[in-house]
Each structure stands twice: as C-alpha cells, then as structure tokens.
Design a protein around this ligand. Structure first.
Ligand code: DGY
Length: 321
C-alpha cells in the first residue's frame, strides 16, 4: 500500500506528479485559509508525510498523535512553526525550502525598503484618490537609498542577496549576525558591527534573522530608541522578532522615521491593528517569496524532500539531519 501524504493547502495539482507516483496524496481544499487544527490533527494521525505551510503548528500534541509520521516538509525556509527538537526525538525528518527562494525574497525585501523610503504605496494611493493637483517641489518627497548606510541583522543566504543588491546602489553595508561571515565580508564589502553599533549608525535597519529563542522580541523599545530618528526599519523575517507595541511607540513618538513590514506577530494582521494606522508604515501580507516561479520551485523541492524520505534517501533540504 502506498504511503499517505497530506498537503495542508490547495496547491497546483501539476506540481505533484512525481510524488503521486509513490504516494497517495490528498490536500486541504482551500487556497486562502489554513486547514482547521482539528482536521490537521486527524490527517496527521494517519499520514506518513505532511507538506505544511508556515501557518501550521507542528507541535508535541500533533506529533504525539501521529503514529506513522516520518517526514514534515515545510513550504518555507523558516521553520519556527515546528517543534524541531521534539520531532527529532520522535525520529521525524523536518525539511524546508532554502535556496530556491533566496533571490525572490531579497528582491521583495529591497522593494519594501525602496517603497518605504520613497513612499511608493502612499504616492500610488494619492494619485488614485485624485489628490494630485500638480507638480510641487516637496510633494511626497522621501529619503534617498543610494550612498546610505544599510544595516542587515541576520546574514544568511537572503541577507547576502540583499547586500548584493545594496552594493549596486553604492550603499555602505553593515551587518550583525551570530557569527562572522568573512567570505561575504570580502566578496560584498560588508563590515561586521555589534547589534548596538549597527542600530546607532544605520540609515536602514533590515531584519532577516530567523525567529529563535535568541531573536524573539529583539526589536524592543531599547532597540528602536537606539536607532537614528531618520532611520527606516524593515522586517522581512518573522513578526516575532519585533515587539509591535514598541514599534508603535517608536513611530508615534518619532524615535524612527518609518517602517516596512512583510511579517507580523499574528498573521493575517487585522485591518484595525494599531500598526496599520501609521502613514509612515508600509505593510505587506507576507509575500517575501511570492513569485509564481519561486512558489512552484518551492512546492517541487518540498515534494522532493518527501519523496526522498519515503525512498530512504537523504532529502535535499533536511533541517534536523
Ligand atoms: C519563508 O520561506 O520562510 C518565507 O517567510 C515565506 O515567504
């Protein structure tokens, strides 16, 4: 009998051809809404593999009910939605989708930084609302990006790809990371800084660090108070690295000039959320890796991860070995 695989969101059937040859595959039928927890637990209880989204909680409760589960393939590079140590203890292989989304996510991060600096969303709205009465010297004047100082917090693959783009804009690039990245320093002309120094000196602070015990609530009142009053804060990693009430205060009291966020503590963020009232905040619905080409590659890589585990082979992107 073929092993059973459950996919927690509706994804293009055409990307599943290889997996369907070796497994019986079903998927949650909604594209926009996550599978309800009850259904996920029910499916996990009989599945050998799960193809999950970052909105699905793969915790001890689910793992304990999943007698046959061998592999969880997350459709994301981040995997903070999964209890990795517990899965490892139970012998479940956890996989993610790195590399294929690096450039696409870096493009979006840079676009968000530019949109925030040059007030793109505000300007687009302005013209559609019929407010444009004529050219004027300071109309929607933003902030320059070229030749400014960019501070990247979290220098992984996406951090490096953002740095590469920033070099093309003649930016002075600083970074902070758990460990020094000497090759990237040489290749991209990066300078390592302590977290505090980076905050103090950057015109743009861009967070690309994964959400871990160490980075949770990293951007708190103290961090925002340390930043320049002219600085812009961009977050394209996970909402949990930011204390949202602290960011709210920073924007209200002018500790920083503005922010661009692709991620939030609770997703989806509700339209009446306190952060969304700020005119100097650009908010996007977690679309970092959302290009059609990349999403298809991510699905194919997630399927390959599952296929390899089912066939006793090493998956291309295992997180826990
Ligand atoms: C990821 O892959 O972790 C991204 O946040 C998805 O867009």
């Amino acid at each position: 009998m073929k092993p059973y695989i459950f996919i927690t969101r509706k994804i293009p059937e055409a990307t599943l051809d290889e997996l369907q040859k070796i497994a019986y595959v079903t998927m949650w039928e909604d594209e926009m809404k996550p599978v309800p927890r009850k259904r996920l637990l029910k499916e996990a209880a009989k599945a050998t593999g799960l193809l999950t989204m970052l909105s699905d909680k793969i915790d001890a409760e689910l793992i304990d009910q999943s007698r046959n589960l061998k592999v969880v393939a997350n459709l994301a590079v981040g995997y903070d939605n999964i209890d990795i140590p517990y899965a490892a203890k139970k012998g479940i292989t956890i996989c993610n989708t790195p590399d294929v989304l690096t450039d696409t996510t870096a493009d979006l991060t840079f676009a968000l930084m530019m949109a925030t600096a040059r007030r793109i969303t505000e300007a687009a709205q302005y013209i559609k609302e019929g407010k444009w009465t004529g050219w004027s010297p300071l109309l929607l004047a933003g902030t320059d990006i070229h030749h400014k100082t960019l501070g990247i917090v979290g220098m992984g693959r996406i951090g490096e790809a953002v740095a590469k783009r920033a070099a093309g804009f003649d930016m002075n690039i600083l970074y902070h990371n758990r460990s020094r990245k000497e090759e990237a320093e040489r290749k991209l002309g990066l300078s390592y800084r302590s977290f505090e120094d980076l905050l103090k000196t950057s015109d743009y602070v861009v967070c690309l660090a994964p959400l871990t015990e160490e980075t949770k609530d990293l951007f708190d009142e103290k961090s925002f108070q340390t930043m320049k009053a002219s600085a812009l804060f961009i977050n394209a990693s996970r909402g949990g690295v930011v204390v949202e009430k602290a960011l709210d205060r920073a924007l209200t009291e002018g500790w920083i000039k503005g922010a661009g966020l692709d991620v939030f503590v609770e997703e989806p963020i509700q339209p009446d959320h306190f952060l969304l009232r700020h005119a100097n905040l650009v908010a996007l619905p977690h679309i970092g890796s959302a290009s059609l080409e990349t999403r298809i590659q991510m699905v194919r890589l997630a399927c390959k991860n599952i296929e390899n585990v089912l066939q006793g082979l090493t998956p291309p992107a295992a997180v826990n070995g």
